[in-house]
Design a protein around this ligand. Structure first.
Ligand code: ZN
Length: 277
């Protein structure tokens, strides 16, 4: 699933390619992708509007239009937004096509079809449940070490990995980057937050502030079908230390990386570098 670095990369790509472009036509090939309104009224409201701004909040993209409407897009597992030249061939996974005045196109593709495009009135964006319930953005300046400590104190108990992935706790971190942050911090994914020392909390904080920007710099991780708006893969995979590397040697101590289940999700870690206390 695209996480903060991937969605941020897509956001930057959209700013460069579709900002200030006027949408002259919308084709919807799979109606379940559209949320918040009917397909007819979506087409009616979006056609003729100009894209004013593109923002990211957690793993959501927010595209503001010139007519007081906005689109909240969540790519979920396999959603892609691809900027295309006029009349580019569409594949069977292209579900929504925006055509601009200059005849270029933006394609929403989604193999597993869990993603969505939700139309919302701009002044209602703050009330949208998908956005209102989100925790703080970890790369914002006001996300300081003290702020993170206070946030963790409120949690009292619980395993650190699912807490890092809880979008109401911190926005944008998913399975891949939670594994990488915990490896960086030398913390076992099952550690209970109530047992973390000040020093360990600092290391997790440093991991967040180190790994997410590094992944953005390399335009995200293409471990699944993630690509940027130009259809190019992200370059962060060679820097991944533990995620998806079960049985392969730890980059620090050569111990084979282990995989365990936490709830429905896998966690990858080094049993020697990340000791549970
Ligand atoms: Zn190790």
């Amino acid at each position: 699933m695209p996480e903060l670095p991937e969605v941020e990369t897509i956001k930057s790509g959209l700013v460069q390619t579709v900002k200030d472009k006027k949408i002259i036509k919308v084709e919807i090939r799979l109606s379940k992708i559209i949320k918040g309104t009917s397909v007819e009224s979506f087409i009616d409201r979006v056609t003729g509007a100009t894209i004013k701004n593109i923002e990211r909040r957690a793993k959501n993209l927010i595209i503001t239009l010139s007519n007081n409407f906005g689109m909240v897009i969540h790519l979920k597992l396999t959603g892609q937004l691809i900027y295309s030249k006029p009349n580019t061939l569409k594949d069977k996974h292209t579900h929504v096509i925006f055509i601009f005045e200059d005849k270029s196109e933006l394609h929403y593709n989604d193999l597993r079809r869990f993603g969505y495009i939700m139309l919302v009135e701009t002044d209602q964006l703050g009330q949208v449940k998908e956005l209102a319930d989100l925790g703080p953005e970890p790369l914002n300046e006001n996300f300081t070490l003290n702020y993170f400590k206070d946030l963790l104190k409120k949690k009292k108990r619980g395993k650190i990995k699912p807490i890092l992935m809880d979008q109401k706790f911190i926005a944008g971190i998913g399975n891949l980057y939670a594994d990488e942050i915990l490896f960086y911090a030398k913390i076992h994914p099952l550690r209970d937050v109530s047992t973390l020392s000040e020093n360990e909390i600092s290391r997790i904080y440093d991991g967040i502030k180190e790994i997410l920007p590094a992944a953005i710099k390399h335009r995200g991780s293409s471990v699944d079908n993630y690509v940027d708006v130009d259809g190019k893969k992200g370059g962060y995979v060679p820097f991944i230390k533990v995620y998806g590397r079960e049985g392969k040697p730890c980059p620090k101590c050569k111990t084979p990386i282990e995989r365990i289940k936490i709830g429905q999700r896998s966690a990858h870690f080094c049993p020697k570098c990340q000791i549970i206390v």
